[in-house]
Design a protein around this ligand. Sequence first.
Ligand SMILES: Cc1cc2nc3c(=O)[nH]c(=O)nc-3n(C[C@H](O)[C@H](O)[C@H](O)COP(=O)(O)OP(=O)(O)OC[C@H]3O[C@@H](n4cnc5c(N)ncnc54)[C@H](O)[C@@H]3O)c2cc1C
Length: 468
Amino acid sequence: MSYDVVVIGSGPGGYGCAIKAAQIGLKIAVVEKRPTFGGTCLNVGCIPSKALLYASEVYAEVNRGFDELGFKVSKPNLDLIKMMDYKQLVIDSNTNGVAFLFKKNKIDAFIGMGKILATGKVEVTAENGTKQILKTRNIVIATGSDIAAIPGVEVDFDEKVIVSSTGALSFEEVPQSIIIVGAGVIGSELGSVWHRLGAKVEVIEFLDKALGTMDGEISKQFQKLMEKQGISYKFGAKVIDVKKNSRGAVVTFKKIQSDEVKKIEADVVLVATGRCPYTEGVGLQTVGVALDECGRVKIDGHWRTNVRGIYAIGDVVKGPMLAHKAASEGITVAEVLAGQAGDVNFDVIPSVVYTQPEVASVGRTEEELRAAGIKYKIGKFPFTASGRARAMMHTDGFVKILACSRTDRVLGGHILGFGASEMIHEIAILMEFGGSSEDLGRTCHAHPTMSEAVREAALAIFAKPIHL
Ligand SMILES: Cc1cc2nc3c(=O)[nH]c(=O)nc-3n(C[C@H](O)[C@H](O)[C@H](O)COP(=O)(O)OP(=O)(O)OC[C@H]3O[C@@H](n4cnc5c(N)ncnc54)[C@H](O)[C@@H]3O)c2cc1C
């Protein structure tokens, strides 16, 4: 069989690319080594984690009770097996959805390991060892990423006691205690899940703050709120060993400032120190596809590798490791392959932490603007002053908007608060159109909404907020 494009990997990058290219009218094949489609995101990433975050959030809310709202409920009984069944149901409906879309768009989907033999030639090896060759004009590498170990530390993941995010999505019982190595997005989200379900959670972080890449003020407030919920942190700590012991596991770390070495124990340890590009067995060396210094597939501004006819997208290339970034690249590459114009604006890629409250961010942080020497104005508005937030008892957090001092163009938006994951998009769209704080502040927002706080933060830049 001969194709216009063979996509290796069916994550958000790969399936987005395949569907878009098929919609344009190209003949497409997708090769996926997992038994189901959807990649990390649908199988062991975004979707299962959000199912558990939702279920555990509802559980924690019921557990806390609703006395203030004028009614009583009895304490919930946790049935973790059923909660995991719910998670699986959500995964299945999404992965089956991708399979359906492949069929609907007449995309040939192959389950098996994809290996590039030469330009225009991909070998697919099924689990039973059967091989077939796909001929194609173009190849898109969308092989994603894998868990990263702790730099310089050999970690023996058994996915029961010493786990990656994959194991932490499938515990058979709630551990009494968890040590999480890494206070980034995945550590914060999965820490929240297990803390809500009853585990004692302790986070060890190399940096001096949680959510290292987020705006400093937001991450400081986030940490305070997490601590208030009962999660504890050790910052400036370099983990030097993780081992199983008779109780569960022991983590040895060195305080960066004092060089003091300490050990802590817990039932389980979750290593959440990030992800690395996955290029194993794809045949990149055979055809001479170059990697960069971080092991990512090297691409130019049009996602072309150094080998003609071979493109790469998603977690396996530079940029934030996010599903929507991968999907945007996939869709754009499909357009490029069809000879159309396509582009991704890397200055406007939102990023979200789905804790409660949520954290959402787009564009530059205050630290980045300062480092770049760009003069900026800040507008902030706390949810304590929002009528809707008060009515829903979700007054934690604030909105922070950063605009250029000279032009008033919005350069970044950061929200800590209930529903931040949805609200961030009004700032993203504003930025996509090159909008100013005045554009945002003069836009009528429905009342009462959490989004009014976004408008008020914009008003705080070029005028004054009304409700402060
Ligand atoms: C716990 C967790 C939570 C996350 N939550 C979020 C979130 O809320 N929001 C967000 O934006 N991002 C989230 N992410 C990150 C997100 O999952 C990734 O950024 C996204 O999946 C990357 O998409 P991709 O298409 O590049 O690769 P992937 O989704 O990793 O897909 C790559 C696919 O390629 C397949 N493959 C690899 N090599 C071969 C081969 N040789 N032959 C055939 N198939 C191959 C793999 O099996 C895989 O299915 C999360 C990640 C984790 C681990």
